[in-house]
Design a protein. Structure first.
Length: 364
């Protein structure tokens, strides 16, 4: 019996559980397996706003917990792409689509967690874990307890202009909104995510540049916000090593975090799952998989920083700061942007046409 333990039932924990359930069934790499989820909702609350995704998630959820669009139970709505408003100097709006007929989704993390925990696919314990390798009997442990439980000696900072977010929800569904909005503001940008029964807003800014009260005033006025539901300060970071101790893998915000532009988090969790599979079953070395994960997150960092290089319609201290940040991407990045003959197919989570779409939208 191959035993997997997952600590945490947020997005990362749920995606990891579903990924290994699906592929252990399909691959038959071990005779039998058991996946156990430990969660402590009071200590590690599930995100209170909607979550955007990219393409790879739909097959995973549909083939495990049986989601469909008619009765999906996770609050999912269609996501055809991202509409950028007020970015760059060339166009007021840039639509970054998925190619037809592809479609991703938005979902409600708390509803996904409930669906996974009640699916009867996993053994579930509501229990606080403080020392995973001493407390848990399993062949491998995925630590998805979130950013507050990090041993900071194992982490390095990523370059990004943001460190704070104000969160709000408006009840009711906007049926015309089948994409995520990323709206540039004088102090940063705001995501707008449609869910089945509400629309989530996240006003991102840097509190060393913009006073919190000024950010609240702009958020409320610009988006007609009635109530601030939550606010967070965050760091942008990644782990130096994803495999720690004898049998623990860092996943989700325990591994790393970067601001939510391009909605890369869920697909990145799936990427960690794929590299973890190779490390666990010795298809590749742990060091090789570690470098693959670090490189992938560095590529995500480069793509996100590139969004700030052309500024926005606002000439403000935030945008001057954002444009001044060090941006030194690798040669592969430049090949994707400027070399129409490149044979590279993917960089981070972007394909060649993604680069062309953004470049054509913002470059003067």
């Amino acid at each position: 019996m191959f035993k997997i333990a997952i600590i945490g039932a947020g997005n990362a924990g749920c995606i990891t559980a579903l990924h290994f359930y699906k592929y252990l069934l399909e691959d038959e790499i071990c005779d039998s397996f058991e996946i156990t989820i430990y969660h402590s909702p009071d200590e590690h609350p599930i995100e209170k706003v909607g979550q955007g995704t990219t393409l790879p998630i739909l097959d995973l959820i549909g083939s495990t917990i049986g989601m469909n669009w008619y009765d999906n139970k996770i609050g999912a709505t269609f996501k055809s792409g991202i509409l950028y408003e007020n970015w760059g100097k060339k166009n007021d709006k840039i639509f970054h689509p998925f190619k037809m007929p592809d479609m991703a989704m938005h979902f409600v993390p708390k509803k996904l967690s409930k669906r996974v925990l009640e699916s009867n696919l996993f053994t579930v314990y509501e229990k606080t874990i403080t020392d995973p390798e001493k407390e848990i009997d399993a062949d491998i442990i995925f630590d998805c307890r979130g950013r507050h439980n990090r041993d900071k000696s194992n982490y390095e900072s990523l370059v990004n202009p943001l460190n704070s977010v104000l969160l709000s929800k408006k009840q009711g569904q906007d049926t015309d909104l089948i994409y995520t909005k990323a709206v540039a503001t004088p102090n940063g940008w705001t995501f707008v995510i449609p869910n089945q029964d509400s629309v989530s807003y996240g006003y991102l800014f840097n509190d060393t540049i913009t006073d919190r009260e000024d950010a609240i005033i702009d958020f409320v006025k610009r988006f007609e916000i009635e109530e601030i539901n939550d606010e967070l300060k965050f760091e942008n970071y990644r782990a130096k090593n994803f495999y720690v101790g004898e049998r623990t893998i860092l996943q989700g915000n325990m591994y790393g975090f970067i601001e939510p532009m391009e909605a890369t988090a869920v697909a990145f969790y799936q990427y960690i799952c794929r590299q973890s599979w190779d490390a666990i079953f010795k298809i590749q070395t742990v060091d090789y998989c570690n470098e693959k994960i670090k490189t992938n997150m560095k590529q995500l960092e480069n793509i996100i920083l590139w969004h700030y290089q052309y500024g926005s319609k606002y000439d403000t201290p935030f945008w001057e700061y954002a444009k001044s940040l060090p941006f030194n991407p690798d040669q592969e990045f430049y090949n994707m942007v400027y070399d129409r003959e490149t044979k590279l197919k993917q960089y981070g989570q972007w394909m060649k046409w993604n680069f062309e779409n953004w470049k054509d939208g913002v470059e003067i």
